[in-house]
Design a binder for this molecule. Structure first.
Ligand code: HEC
Ligand code: HEC
Ligand code: HEC
Ligand code: HEC
Length: 494
């Protein structure tokens, strides 16, 4: 182990040395012939100077090897689109009330980011042009030049405003690179706003590399007016947080401050709710072992590769389990075999998935008990509702933690012990809320059953215009079987 550690340190230093030694913060630059115009959005133009990078960047269009990843099955060579709500059926109940409860697919390559929005149930892009924040490279410019006319335009109208050649262009060279130096840059207002909120002013090369990804792989909310309509560009809920410590506690505290952060109404409870989207940046940088060791997203998702005698950064961004050879990125630092490394990943994900099931079902049971309480109140029954506000607050605390870990796209790998901590708290909050609701119900003489029927088939089937159905074979069952004890299959109602 000691020898391994020394190797890791050496490998890490070498990785840093490569990036530092070339000066100006750039990596080993291929020889450059010609200039790239300022504000050039077209990757094909950048490709005239960097053909290998352009070719590599285009590869996110190709499906990846199937059956490599246990939990992150995208649109791989089996050409199956995986349905998040079938994988985690309780989420169909929790998200019922807006787009995420209708159609919610596992991600695929960067090439498809706008295509996938155009193909998804229209309810998912209801907020309008603002939905292009983490998709189109024109977003930043359009927010400035067209403002609310673009942000609030119905989604398809906003896409129509994009230059005809680039309507489906997703993340482009200009999002990550300065055209003159090829150094790292970002291309979103919300990441600047975020850095302001956490008071981060100085950035080293590692920070800049991480921000190239994090400008999209971070959480934000679509601010709303009193009527629930889009009120501006997306905003990170980072009030009071610090770089390296954007905790779930700070995120939730921010999200629960006012109606501007409440984006939808949850059907089962009737509560106005905030939401958390893809928090890879927040989760990874919260003191994970890899983050603390100076490793960035790039090391694992854009490993070096050889083309002829040139060493270059692989721009075919995907899961490290789906590269050729498998786990190639990890092998830059780790000496263990690909099998061993993969087993570490899957073991971490099994544990996270099991806890996520526990926390998710707990939260769903609590939601159903709120539904029962509200129904009984409507029918005129009187209860001692002193603990109501506390039960509601605790329920939201549980719900948002479940969303946080579930919307984070590594199924726990980016920060395993943090996933455990957050889900442990989710279970405790959900459980405490359940006890308080049962107490209120009992005060009015209503005896709730021990096993609450979740009626999941009601939420899982006939979703949206496409009438999507539960795909039973895609369910991510608890790998240890424990969930079948707490929420037996007959109580799930699917
Ligand atoms: C402009 C926003 C944006 C930037 C910048 C960005 N991503 Fe993404 N990323 C997305 C979106 C959106 C998706 C989902 C695409 C889909 O499913 O259509 C995605 C998907 C992915 C996937 C899943 C790919 C697959 O094969 O299933 C990985 C891995 C990923 N991103 C990693 C990264 C890394 C690492 C970086 C930085 C080098 C990065 N992303 C930069 C928006 C972005
Ligand atoms: C130490 C290596 C490592 C680092 C650092 C890392 N990741 Fe990952 N990432 C992984 C692994 C492993 C997975 C799980 C892949 C799987 O199960 O197929 C993953 C999954 C993902 C996914 C989902 C991929 C999919 O196919 O659905 C995204 C998106 C992602 N990472 C983005 C990021 C971003 C953004 C950062 C930096 C903030 C980052 N990663 C840092 C190793 C890493
Ligand atoms: C999602 C962000 C992202 C996008 C999009 C992107 N790059 Fe990169 N690129 C990177 C990162 C990260 C590095 C590595 C930087 C480092 O290690 O210092 C890199 C490195 C490079 C380098 C330096 C040489 C090397 O291989 O390390 C070139 C040249 C380059 N990219 C060209 C392009 C071109 C051309 C495009 C568009 C077709 C593009 N990149 C799109 C993130 C991106
Ligand atoms: C840039 C170098 C680098 C890359 C790339 C990298 N790691 Fe690591 N990894 C480290 C370092 C450094 C540590 C901390 C080692 C220590 O302190 O013992 C570590 C620790 C780990 C640990 C132990 C974590 C813990 O909680 O103790 C696992 C498991 C691991 N890495 C798996 C992976 C996998 C899987 C990949 C590829 C997806 C990967 N690593 C990619 C450098 C790297």
């Amino acid at each position: 182990m000691k020898k391994n550690r020394l190797f890791l340190l050496f490998a890490l230093l070498m990785a840093l040395a490569v990036t530092v030694s070339c000066g100006g913060g750039d990596t080993s630059k291929p020889i450059r012939v010609g200039n790239i115009a300022d504000n050039e959005h077209d990757p094909a133009e950048w490709g005239k100077i960097y053909p290998f990078h352009y070719e590599s960047w285009q590869k996110t269009k190709e499906p990846k090897p199937a059956n490599r990843s246990k939990y992150r099955k995208g649109w791989d060579k089996d050409r199956v689109t995986y349905d998040r709500l079938s994988e985690y059926p309780y989420q169909a109940l929790l998200y019922n009330g807006w787009g995420f409860g209708i159609e919610y697919n596992e991600p695929r390559g960067h090439f498809y980011m706008i295509t996938d929005q155009l193909e998804i149930d229209p309810s998912r892009v209801a907020p309008g042009g603002v939905c292009l924040a983490c998709k189109s490279p024109f977003h930043k410019e359009f927010v400035k030049s067209k403002g609310e006319a673009y942000l609030k335009a119905p989604y398809t109208k906003a896409v129509d405003m994009l230059p005809s050649k680039h309507k489906t262009l997703g993340v482009a060279c200009i999002d990550c690179h300065d055209n003159k130096t090829m150094g790292m840059r970002t291309n979103k207002w919300h990441i600047l706003k975020g850095m302001d909120l956490i008071g981060k002013k100085e950035f080293n090369h590692q920070d800049n590399k991480m921000l190239a990804c994090s400008q999209c792989h971070m959480t934000y909310y679509v601010p709303r007016d009193k009527a629930g309509k889009t009120a501006g560009d997306v905003i990170p809920p980072w009030t009071g947080a610090k770089w390296g410590n954007i905790s779930i506690e700070k995120i939730i505290a921010d999200l629960l401050t006012d109606y501007q952060r409440e984006e939808w109404t949850q059907t089962v409870t009737g509560f106005r709710m905030p939401y958390i989207r893809h928090p890879e940046f927040e989760f990874f940088t919260k003191s994970s072992v890899h983050y603390n060791a100076g490793v960035t997203c790039i090391d694992c998702h854009m490993p070096y590769k050889r083309v002829g005698n040139m060493k270059m950064t692989d721009h075919d961004i995907t899961s490290p389990l789906k590269t050729e050879p498998e786990m190639r990125a990890c092998a830059q630092c780790h000496t263990e075999s690909a099998d061993w490394l993969k087993k570490q990943v899957v073991t971490i994900q099994d544990r996270t998935s099991s806890l996520l099931n526990r926390a998710g079902y707990q939260t769903a049971v609590t939601a159903k008990l709120f539904e029962l309480l509200h129904k009984e109140q409507k029918s005129g029954k009187k209860f001692d509702i002193a603990p109501y506000e506390k039960a509601k607050k605790f329920y939201k605390e549980a719900f948002l933690r479940v969303v946080f870990v579930s919307a984070e796209n590594s199924t726990g790998f980016h920060n395993p012990s943090e996933a455990g901590r957050v889900l442990g708290d989710a279970i405790a909050y959900g459980n405490k809320s359940e006890i308080l609701i049962r107490q209120m119900l009992a005060s009015g003489g209503v005896k709730a059953p021990e096993q609450v029927n979740l009626e999941l088939s009601k939420y899982l089937n006939n979703r949206g215009k496409k009438k999507l159905m539960f795909q039973r074979n895609q369910e991510a069952k608890d790998p240890y079987g424990t969930e079948d004890i707490f929420t037996p299959v007959n109580a799930r109602g699917y």
